[in-house]
Design a protein around this ligand. Sequence first.
Ligand code: C2E
Ligand code: MG
Ligand code: MG
Length: 597
Amino acid sequence: MLELLKGASEAERERLLALEATKLVDSPATEDFDRITRLAAALFNVPTALISLVTHDRQWFKSRVGMEAAETERGAAFCDHTIRSPDVLVVEDAAKDRRFKFNRLVCNQPGIRFYAGAPLITLSGHALGSLCIIDTKPRQLSDGEAAQLKDLAALVMAQIERTVSVGRVHEVTHMPNRAQLRSDLHDLALTADSGARVLALVDIMSGSQVQAALLALGLSALERSVRVIGGRLASLVGSDTTVYHVSETRFAFILNAGQQDEASVKLESLMAQMHEPFKFAGVAFTLEARCGALMFDPAADRGHDLLRMATSALVQAATESAMLRWYASEMDTPHRRAYALVQMLPESLESGEFRLVYQPKLDVTKNRVSGVEALLRWSHPVMGSISPAEFVPAIEKTAAIHQLTEWVLNAALAQNADWQRQGVFITVAVNVSAKNLEAPGFADKVREACDRHHVDPRWLHIECTENSVLTGSRTTETLQSIGKLGVQISLDDFGVGYSNIACLNRLPVSLLKLDRSLIAPIATDFRAWTLAQSLIDFGHCLGYRMLAEGVENAETYKMLVEAGCDAIQGYFVSKPIEASELLPFLRTQMPARLLLS
Ligand code: C2E
Ligand code: MG
Ligand code: MG
């Protein structure tokens, strides 16, 4: 974009950036805009009405009535004149107007003679394009009609502002949200003069304060208090600085930094004021607000996840019960991040940041998908998406894994019940950790969950790694109790752990899942291929069903089918998909895959 703008004047550059920010050009047609052009055509009794947006080289119609082309080159656009005119531009007879008489849209199709366009001007004063009416006969426009056209243009602008702001404001406070902050940081990187800035992230309440307020006041009063406190923070920060509401209780803003010391003084004084008691709903509160801050250079640090870095500093402030902490790269060490993940888990589970995706398992012997594996996904509002490969090992080390596994178990069974109601009967596999199997009563939890969702336990699989099942007698008992319920047990990541076959023999395991690292190289590495074949034969001899994980291409798939592998899982069959995508997948995509077997 900036390349294209090189020759443009400063004002035109700004106008084009404003247009780009709307993301409207080349967006699909919508009824909200089409309604206005239809109304304009009917009101003025003209064959053509357009909402035209003028880009650097063309005019593109966001909505059009009576015009076949979706766009024209800018050189032919009447609207290019309108955006430079302060008022409605009226051309009563284009064939007699020296500006337009040789215009191809006048001389050829559609043969424009009459044109009236009202500029579409943003609140910041940039003309993005026009709302225009066109006729193939000359005519006039009265002052009253010109005023009506302007009114309609104002309606278009209101619709544009609404479209742009949707998804850019926080629903509770109506303050700009995280998406807006990201977009503003992006723009800052492109347009800022050099010089450091500070990104400050303030959490207005501790997790326990949120819990207490929620219990004492209820959700809507809690939201009102967040509105009040957010407003208070914004007034302390000052009206020339935008405050963004980035997650439930967190607010961010950008300061023009001098030195870190100066910024520290400013932020500390601000936080001290946030800590002063204040009254809400007649009750006095003292907030445990914290701030994580980060110095950055907008251009040089482009592409860095600044908000995540500020979050690291904020977590550090909370850990040390400090009002303010500056980001330091050591904060990003994995164990600090792991600590932060564990801290965030309960709140994140509550606020719906977790969901399950489902990866189909192809049963080679039956030539159909007979089950899926439930895999967790965590979309954190500030830290973005966090991989289970990162957060599961961190959470597994703590008691929080019980809450997490229970959540997964219930969500997976609820989903399976829903599929069963739609006539689809497949198994759903849930991954469990060593700590779950060691906990007394885990088998009861599994049974209760199946009862609660009215799912027969035979539609549930439990996946555990071989290392996790070799931890002791409690684990063996749990697995036996689960097995007795009718739940099938699979051994995950088989072939990379201790592979203590003598111990495995005592467990009610029915399926071994050959780890991806053993499967991935078989098409190119003969030793790996020999090993995979031997493991499949070996498993079969001991009475296990064998599944290959991480099958990514047709060649690997065919080799495994030939080697007698019972089931296949991997991107070649399907990546993990959303629950809603499963039924369409089973209906439409499966046959193509099956042809290969
Ligand atoms: P896993 O149980 O062995 O799951 C298989 C992982 O391999 C998944 O990664 C899956 O997306 C990925 N995968 C599947 N097919 C392919 C392929 O063809 N190519 C490649 N490159 N990857 C493939 P994901 O979802 O990131 O999960 C990673 C691990 O996190 C899982 O390994 C499992 O150990 C753990 N995990 C995931 N969800 C849960 C859960 O709900 N509870 C527990 N305790 N652990 C979970
Ligand atoms: Mg698994
Ligand atoms: Mg695995």
